[in-house]
Design a protein around this ligand. Structure first.
Ligand code: 5GP
Ligand code: MN
Length: 346
């Protein structure tokens, strides 16, 4: 309650607001950033969204996308820094630790503005003045909807905002399939529909936007790159930079691939390890109680949620893979136990 009163007070007069999503923003990060931007503009604030890095084309339909500054684009760096220096408020959405915003970390850390967190990830760093942080929320967009409602401005949510928020909730719940899909999630979505969200349009824009190259890449990865370690109830892909080049892979093209590995019957953990040239990126998924965010935090400078997490490695791809494989015996018992528990639940 203290936070909401402080936030209300802060927004009582027009502010210069910068909104920052995490690097490689997904639909929840960008949807909450743009949804919030639309809301604050209606309240007469000056708003600029600055993304640390670019994002995939299937998010370009979101209202306000054209105005987003991309910090890592050399031509947009100066303007971004000017906005940050002039900002009276910086709102961080869908992340809670400043190492999630790439090269924006220091400019945001050093900015004089009042800092606000709106997020649902674990591992919160103590840098913000006002926090709306709830790890029980399925999505930052769910949390943001509730915040706007609690502020008393549900009536300001229009169709464009509702669609941005819906996209975040839809993707972060895996289209309402993950265990984070609560009654509250469905209530929020029902209200977003009432407020004008065209949900089948959003679903089509986000999911049915494949290039032929991407589909062929998925086919190649499934047939040539998927490895099953039955002993460890684990399935993984290791994708080389050459694989990405061969299929003209664009940002976002590898998204969702790891879920195919997790969909295999009897699998407790799935991983995808991708050579992104500058770093090796890892994504983990699990079912049940096996906490991949712990594994990612302990071994790969990462984090996330219990069943969906990620991290990085500065070793070459092959060495990263060997490091991952060497970890499996350490988790064998947990993975096996998790599998038995899942089986008992069926
Ligand atoms: P994805 O595998 O889809 O990239 O990410 C899954 C989840 O893990 C997301 O909630 C994301 O925020 C988190 N995550 C992904 N990569 C990292 C990382 O490098 N560090 C941390 N702390 N979290 C990550
Ligand atoms: Mn999220």
């Amino acid at each position: 309650m203290q936070n909401i009163n402080a936030f209300k007070e802060l927004l009582r007069s027009p502010q210069k607001v910068v909104i920052v999503p995490h690097q490689n923003p997904d639909a929840d990060a960008l949807g909450s950033a743009l949804g919030l931007a639309l809301y604050l503009k209606k309240q007469q604030h000056e708003v600029q969204v600055i993304s640390p890095t670019d994002y995939p084309e299937f998010l370009h339909w979101m209202k306000g996308h054209e105005d987003v500054l991309i910090y890592c684009e050399p031509s947009q760096k100066k303007k971004s820094e000017q906005c940050l220096a002039a900002a009276s408020v910086i709102i961080c959405v869908d992340f809670c630790s400043l190492n999630r915003i790439d090269k924006l970390e220091n400019p945001v850390r050093e900015a004089n503005a009042i800092k606000v967190i709106i997020d649902h990830h674990y591992g919160k760093e103590d840098f913000a003045d006002i926090e709306f942080w709830d790890t029980a929320s399925a999505a930052t967009c769910e949390l943001l909807y509730q915040l706007i409602k609690d502020l008393g401005y549900r009536n300001l949510i229009d169709g464009d905002m509702a669609e941005c928020l819906y996209a975040g909730v839809m993707t972060d719940t895996g289209s309402f399939r993950h265990p984070n899909t609560t009654q509250h999630v469905h209530e929020v979505v029902a209200d977003l529909i009432a407020l004008g969200a065209d949900i089948s349009k959003v679903s089509k824009l986000v999911y049915d936007n494949n290039s032929v190259d991407r589909l062929r890449f998925i086919g190649y990865a499934l047939s040539q790159k998927l490895v099953i370690m039955e002993e460890y109830r684990t399935a993984y892909f290791a994708i080389t930079a050459e694989d990405l080049r061969k299929f003209k892979s664009r940002q976002g093209d590898t998204e969702g691939l790891v879920n195919y590995a997790l969909s295999i019957k009897g699998i407790s953990m799935a991983a995808i390890i991708i050579d992104r040239t500058d770093v090796v990126k890892l994504s983990f998924r699990s079912v049940g109680d096996f906490a991949v965010n712990d594994l990612a935090a302990k071994h790969f400078e990462g984090g996330g949620h219990k069943n969906a997490a990620g991290g990085v490695s500065r070793l070459p791809l092959e060495e990263t893979l060997q490091k991952f494989l060497k970890l499996l015996p350490e988790y064998k018992e947990q993975l096996h136990h998790n599998h038995l528990k899942q089986k008992a639940l069926q």
